[in-house]
Design a protein around this ligand. Structure first.
Ligand SMILES: *Cc1c(COP(=O)(O)O)cnc(C)c1O
Length: 463
């Protein structure tokens, strides 16, 4: 058929939507979506024909193609994936997974009315801060605390509250970028603080801060350089020294701690990372951190510090714009409650469980998965195990290689790149790594049921 005949042969939208198969689809998905899929499919076919192609324009073929597109359009955009990368706090994959108890609390509080801002005993209006304030204080030793939308908001609010229009002194070695868009100098500017850089990239001394203090200095700021380390010929001023200097000049001290560590990670065989409690004990007026990095909770920013500072921040006009919603508060409260028993926190908070899982457990799980894949898929793949490293991710513990054992999969009927892409585009998407022409599956970041999903996806692709 020539181009014009092909174009004329394309079925009409209305006729397609009258077919039983597409009508059945309209019973499951919104009709507007199916109609859009039909129109889009016809547009694509017209483009293909005009480009010289000869696609199948039979009603049946066009309807099948439109149905596939409709299914894709109807699929939820934000949905579960299997994280087989071994990067525990994977920022692109949603950072921390919530503990089961936190998930349940989110479901309860979001599907019903709640005590969000209601004091049941007094029978009157309450404060949304109460749900987490006491817990944060208990776990960190702080006098007062509040939680906001994320750590970026915690830093922004604290800077605005403490240092708007005043000088905030910070070391050049700590003017870092964390994640895509959190850059310390930019956040400082937006907060209205006047940034005063001191020291050099690798060395900053106490006298550098001291020489920069003037009557209009509002803050001494220390930033944990989370995802970045200066090694070698370096010098940083400790929080204790900054606090002592601040006290002498009547200038408050703030630390952006970042990852939100509440317990000494060395107990679980991980590298040392300063805890929020240590920063509070060192005397910082305000300490901020994320809720969804090493803390293992929902996206949130925690502000812990001196009573009068936190009270002022609660009343700051910006506080309302960065406040937490009830679902996040529910998840954060339950996550923090788990920390009251640290061993229970380690067992039940996925981020902590994954980070502290033993190498021997990883070996057993990697071997078991390799066997299951070999059993289910025959000779479609060569499977094995190999020593590798997992990572904390999320800009936390940047220097820490966490030893692991991965399952390796080498496909015999397609390239390893194609296998990676097909797993990624499946349902659920399975995100893996490639190294040395092998597909790597790190059991460290797999949740219950993920192994079964991987075996089933590999078996389907083997057919
Ligand atoms: C991650 C991080 C931030 C940004 O925190 P979000 O919760 O992602 O907004 C800010 N400062 C430090 C030191 C961090 O590690």
């Amino acid at each position: 058929m020539d181009m014009q005949s092909l174009l004329r042969a394309l079925p009409k939208v209305d006729r397609l939507l009258e077919r039983d198969d597409l009508k059945a689809l309209c019973a499951v998905h919104p009709r507007v979506l199916v109609a859009d899929a039909v129109r889009e499919t016809l547009d694509e076919l017209r483009d293909e024909i005009r480009a010289g192609g000869e696609p199948d324009v039979s009603e049946h073929a066009v309807a099948a193609r439109a149905a596939m597109l409709a299914e894709r359009m109807a699929r939820r955009s934000l949905r579960r994936v299997v994280n087989a990368t071994g990067i525990v706090v994977h920022t692109n994959l949603g950072r921390s997974c919530l503990a089961k108890a936190a998930v349940d609390a989110v479901a309860e509080v979001s599907g019903s009315y709640s005590t969000l801002e209601y004091d049941v005993e007094a029978g009157e209006r309450g404060s949304r801060h109460v749900h987490v304030e006491e817990l944060i204080c208990r776990l960190t030793g702080a006098e007062a605390a509040m939680a906001v939308n994320n750590n970026a908001a915690a830093v922004l609010l604290s800077l605005a509250g403490l240092s708007r229009g005043k000088r905030a002194i910070v070391s050049r070695g700590q003017l870092v970028e964390i994640g895509g868009s959190f850059r310390v100098p930019d956040v400082m500017r937006e907060s209205g603080a006047v940034m005063v850089e001191v020291g050099t990239t690798n060395k900053t001394h106490l006298r550098d801060y001291e020489n920069a203090i003037t009557p209009d200095t509002g803050l001494l700021l220390k930033v944990h350089t989370s995802n970045y380390r200066v090694v070698g010929f370096t010098q940083e001023v400790s929080l204790e020294e900054l606090v002592e200097l601040g006290a002498r000049h009547g200038v408050p001290v703030m630390e952006d701690q970042g990852s939100g560590v509440l317990v000494d990670l060395r107990e679980w065989g991980l590298p040392y990372e300063p805890t929020i409690g240590e920063s509070v004990a060192a005397g910082a007026d305000v300490v901020t951190c994320s809720g969804d990095k090493l803390l293992g909770g929902p996206q949130a920013g925690i502000i812990a510090g001196k009573w009068h500072v936190v009270q002022a921040l609660k009343k700051h006009p910006m506080a309302r714009a960065v406040r937490l919603d009830k679902m996040t508060l529910a998840a954060l409260e339950v996550t923090l409650r788990l920390y009251l028993d640290p061993e229970r926190a380690r067992r039940e908070i996925p981020t902590l469980r994954m980070l502290s899982a033993r190498l021997e457990e990883m070996r057993e799980r990697a071997e078991a998965l390799a066997e299951r894949v070999a059993h289910a898929c025959g000779d479609a793949y060569a499977t094995g195990t190999a020593p590798e490293v997992s990572r904390a991710g999320g800009g936390a513990l940047p220097m820490a290689d966490i030893p692991t054992v991965v399952t390796t999969v080498v496909p015999s009927r397609m390239s390893v790149g194609e296998l990676e892409a097909r797993l990624r585009c499946g349902e659920p998407p399975i995100i893996t790594r490639i190294s040395d022409e092998r597909l790597l599956i790190d059991p460290r970041t797999l949740l219950d049921g993920d192994e079964a999903a991987i075996v089933s996806a590999l078996a389907t692709l083997a057919r």
